[in-house]
Design a protein around this ligand. Structure first.
Ligand SMILES: [Zn+2]
Length: 493
């Protein structure tokens, strides 16, 4: 471990390259299905994606619409004209011996995103987002290698940030926030475990404004690993520089088991991919008079972006940041939450809806409904409770007709398919006794039976009150309203 003092001498700089698979119907340049779940090898292939001589690519408009939507969601500049280019290199998983990508005129440039899933994370600048095609897959089997071209030429979107990040945490929260946006726009499921989203990081440390040599880290399989890999690389590079050694420009792999990075390939100078404009595809007029895309319409289709939604949930419902975040990452749950609030308003009237009722809804939703589903190995899709039934339950709590213990019992029954909370309450004698007269009678009994405690209270031992509340609660078989009992007891003693 390096000391804080040494660490301060260096400025870490991090850039991210994030790939993800848009879920379009077809592949990028042909009509083959873009099906990530296809298990039969080489099923979704044709002369175009297998690069047979004379086969010409066509453009998948849906993939371009996906990238344009993302670009607008991330405040990017959308150019009038974009272009595809050839990146030339040989590898057996690449049937054409070149990859069609965008090296010079990408669809989106100069965007930004403030990672919103945690508080106080600095804005991240986006250099560009471009569209390209994926490669096939090699399967090594003993001394043989098999090739599956199902993935070849499936669309792939790459987002490149500016080197403006200075710690692992910011990088992690940025990638997590991006995933929430991709899902909200329905562009990609962006599941890291399934390889639908891949994060690569570039890390360097500079000293006295002198830029350091950067290393690239690959094989990162989770957001947490991205954070750990960056923090490890920063530490490793500073340690080497402190010893007077040089940082090699190299590609390193993240080893999740040993939580370290390992050298994979030393880079000597930049790779030469001999990029040039793809001659088989026209320039793409994105917008303007002859533009292929209606950007206004695409913009309207974006819906409420999760970062805006989080702010709205905080302002409209008075939710604290981490509660709003919890709702934002799951549309089904946040819809249920919002609908319940609307129904409760109708049931009890605007003026009785407060921060307190909002929090009742949130807490019973997260603790008892979600918790109950998890215990039953169910998901939110399996939920049998409707927002209006849930709102009726909250109404009983607000009106003091139900104790929190009773509410939990009723919710458990509602999770099993029982419907109206008031009926369940009555059928199971869960009604909370808040009726003064009834409670007063019980308290009188308690006071008569516990004369010694009453004397103690009167001689100044106020802690006895708790004992008397307990005795009265027992008389009501747990259905008494403890606050009401306390109030009456104090009056009657
Ligand atoms: Zn094809």
């Amino acid at each position: 471990m390096i000391s804080e003092e040494i660490r301060k001498k260096y400025m870490p700089t991090i850039g991210l390259e994030i790939h993800f698979e848009p879920k379009t119907k077809h592949k990028m340049f042909c009509n083959c299905l873009n099906d990530p779940d296809e298990t039969i090898p080489n099923k979704n292939v044709c002369p175009i994606c297998l690069a047979h001589p004379g086969a010409l690519p066509t453009i998948n408009k849906e993939a371009i619409e996906s990238i344009l939507k993302l670009g607008m969601a991330l405040d990017c500049t959308i150019p009038e004209v974009a272009r595809f280019d050839r990146k030339n290199y040989f590898y057996p998983d690449l049937p054409k011996s070149y990859q069609i990508t965008q090296a010079f005129l990408p669809f989106c440039q100069n965007g930004k995103l403030t990672p919103f899933l945690e508080d106080n994370i600095e804005e991240v600048l986006i250099k560009e987002i471009h569209l390209e095609e994926d490669t096939g897959k090699l399967l090594h089997n003993g001394d043989k290698t098999l090739i599956d071209y199902n993935r070849a030429s499936r669309p792939l979107i790459e987002l490149v940030t500016q080197a403006c990040i200075h710690d692992g945490k910011t990088a992690r929260v940025f990638a997590e926030s991006l995933q929430v946006i991709l899902r909200s726009l329905n562009i990609s499921d962006a599941d890291m475990e399934k390889g639908q989203m891949r994060v690569e990081v570039n890390v360097s440390v500079s000293q006295d404004d002198k830029l350091g040599t950067k290393t690239e880290v690959k094989n990162i399989n989770s957001f947490k690993s991205a954070e750990k890999a960056i923090d490890y690389e920063i530490e490793r590079q500073i340690e080497l520089l402190e010893k007077g050694e040089k940082i090699l420009q190299e590609t390193r792999g993240w080893d999740d088991t040993n939580t370290c990075t390992i050298s994979q390939r030393i880079k000597e100078g930049a790779d030469d991919y001999r990029y040039f404009p793809e001659p088989d595809l026209p320039n793409i007029i994105v917008r303007g008079e002859n533009g292929m895309f209606d950007l206004e319409k695409l913009k309207n289709d974006l819906g409420e972006l999760p970062n805006n939604k989080k702010n709205r949930l905080m302002n409209e419902y008075g939710l604290i940041s981490n509660k709003a975040t919890f709702l934002v990452v799951n549309n089904l749950i946040s819809d249920f939450f919002e609908k319940t609030n609307v129904e409760l308003k109708i049931l009890i009237g605007d003026n009785l809806v407060t921060d307190q009722t909002v929090n009742l809804i949130y807490n019973y939703l997260v603790t008892d409904i979600l918790g109950g589903l998890v215990n039953k190995n169910l998901t939110f899709n399996d939920l049998k409770i409707s927002p209006i039934e849930f709102a009726k339950l909250i109404k009983l709590l607000v009106e003091n007709k139900l104790s929190s213990r009773g509410a939990k019992i009723i919710l458990e029954k509602m999770l099993m398919g029982e419907k109206d909370p008031e009926t369940i309450m009555k059928n199971n004698n869960l009604e909370q006794v808040s009726n003064d007269e009834e409670l007063q009678k019980m308290i009188e009994l308690v006071l008569n039976e516990n004369d010694k405690s009453v004397q103690e209270y009167k001689s100044g031992k106020v802690t006895v009150l708790q004992f008397l509340i307990g005795k009265t609660m027992a008389k009501t078989k747990g259905s008494g309203n403890p606050e009401k009992i306390k109030e009456l007891l104090e009056k009657m003693l």
